[in-house]
Design a protein around this ligand. Structure first.
Ligand code: SAH
Ligand code: SF4
Ligand code: F3S
Length: 433
């Protein structure tokens, strides 16, 4: 039970940064309705799940929660809301469990929908807002997610996103620039542009500028900030994108370029529109064009029929690209996708795990080999938090750096110079200089 009259809400975003960003907009609406935010679902009056459909495990976590929520929900103490990425298959089964299920595009209508769900919720009828007009309540005071486009038109055969997020639609560059300008004014230091294929930005609208030009205009704004983007697609990774990253110091020289596989047959079966050779050519162009670039990737292991030999092509691709980071995933069949209809999910779970572990080992080697040469250097770090007995931050390459300083030092959200002293997989230890 609540100890006071203020009703509370808890936002639970699963999945990628897009959902974190959507969660910040859901928070804005609930705040406006007079609810206050809490950090746990234990006693919250509203729980808003921003779901992810990318893997079955993310969906299972939601079902698992109803053991905890069920009683309070039946007693009328808790309203559960579901939004975000939900496949039609899961929507059918999840809808009866939730009090309210809505499409994130309908977020501006949330107060009205809630009022219809519960006698206790009252709303003023308000002017209809567009989704992007909602000013998010940000989780961080120094790192901000800025959506630049929605949806995905690529239809990779394994992927749920085109079925949960709809078609690609770019947000107007004027609006994006306005949001980024106000973020810089508010002191934000690490600005992440978001979209499923950010480098397809503007391609759905002939009057819009390109992704490279959008980055150029943002990076030309005055202020002390870093600019990053997630996720580009190898298909439209054009020379002007490489050139703009190289030209602007504010654009971090850190690129996550998802490969998904290093084998041409598997890529074709995934409907990824490039070959291993083409991918490697882009990586070569990036390395040649952006000195000191840090590369990462996404790889799926155990896709339908993937042979050991085909998997070894992913291993060799990872070695050749010398990544600093990789987001590896065991293939998870998504109902309704082309792969679910046409291919068999026939690689044993233990074998998928073994393949993923092997890629992690390769990654540890490439990371350490890449970063050893930076030991002894002084690096610029954006400090994030104090944890246990030290401070943590990240460098331009988004690599974690830990260092000692008093807990009460006001370092959160500031840039600091740190001498890198030791490297271990995926982090540095250093000291303030
Ligand atoms: N738009 C980005 C990635 C979006 S999804 C791109 O095209 O690269 C994030 C990652 O989840 C993907 O890169 C992929 O590696 C992984 N993923 C997507 N569907 C998956 C599935 N069915 N099983 C396992 N991993 C998956
Ligand atoms: Fe999914 Fe492919 Fe679209 Fe990325 S490009 S979101 S992997 S369909
Ligand atoms: Fe998941 Fe949707 Fe992101 S399916 S990975 S939350 S776009």
């Amino acid at each position: 039970m609540q100890m006071n009259d203020t009703k509370t809400y808890y936002i639970w975003p699963l999945g990628c940064q897009t959902n974190k960003s959507d969660g910040e907009r859901v928070a804005a609406i609930l705040d406006k309705m007079g609810y206050s935010r809490v950090d746990s679902d234990d006693n919250a009056n509203i729980v808003a799940v921003v779901a992810c459909a990318i893997r079955q495990s993310a969906v299972d976590r939601i079902y698992g929660k109803f053991r905890k929520w069920g009683k309070r929900q039946r007693d009328g103490e808790l309203i559960t809301i579901l939004t975000g990425c939900v496949l039609p298959h899961d929507k059918k089964r999840l809808t009866p469990k939730f009090d309210l299920v809505f499409d994130i595009e309908d977020l501006p209508k949330l107060p009205l929908m809630l009022a219809q769900t519960s006698m206790e919720v009252t709303v003023d009828r308000r002017d209809q807002m567009e989704y992007f007009d909602i000013k998010p309540i940000r989780n961080s005071s120094f790192r901000a997610w800025v959506p630049i486009m929605k949806g995905c038109d690529k239809f990779c055969t394994y992927c749920a996103v085109p079925y949960t997020r709809g078609r690609e639609r770019s947000r107007s560059s004027a609006e994006i620039l306005k949001e980024v300008e106000s973020l810089i004014d508010e002191g934000y230091k690490d600005i992440h542009l978001l979209g499923q294929n950010v480098n397809s930005y503007g391609m759905d609208n002939y009057n819009e500028i390109t992704f490279a030009e959008l980055m150029n205009q943002i990076a030309s704004l005055d202020g002390n900030f870093w600019l990053r983007f997630h996720a580009p697609h190898p298909r439209d990774f054009t020379a002007d994108v490489i050139e703009v990253i190289a030209r602007h110091e504010k654009i971090c020289s850190q690129i996550n370029l998802p490969a998904q596989s290093g084998n041409n047959q598997v890529l074709r079966k995934m409907n990824r529109p490039y070959t291993r050779e083409k991918y490697l050519e882009i990586i070569r162009d990036i390395k040649a064009g952006i000195p000191n670039v840090s590369l990462s990737t996404d790889i799926i292991v155990g896709f339908c029929d993937e042979t050991e030999e085909q998997f070894l092509d992913s291993v060799s691709l990872m070695k050749e690209c010398e990544y600093d980071m990789a987001f590896t995933a065991q293939y998870s069949m998504r109902p309704g996708t082309v792969a679910a209809r046409r291919f068999e999910d026939n690689i044993d779970p233990d074998e998928k795990r073994r393949r993923e572990d092997e890629l992690t080992k390769v990654l540890e080697q490439t990371f350490t080999a890449n970063q050893q040469k930076n030991v002894g250097k002084v690096d610029r770090i954006l400090v994030e938090k104090y944890s246990k007995d030290h401070w943590l931050g990240r460098n331009e390459h988004f690599i974690t750096v830990e260092f000692n300083a008093p807990e009460d030092a006001q370092l959160r959200g500031t840039f600091q110079n740190i001498e890198l002293q030791k490297v271990a997989p995926f982090r540095f230890t250093g000291k303030l200089v």
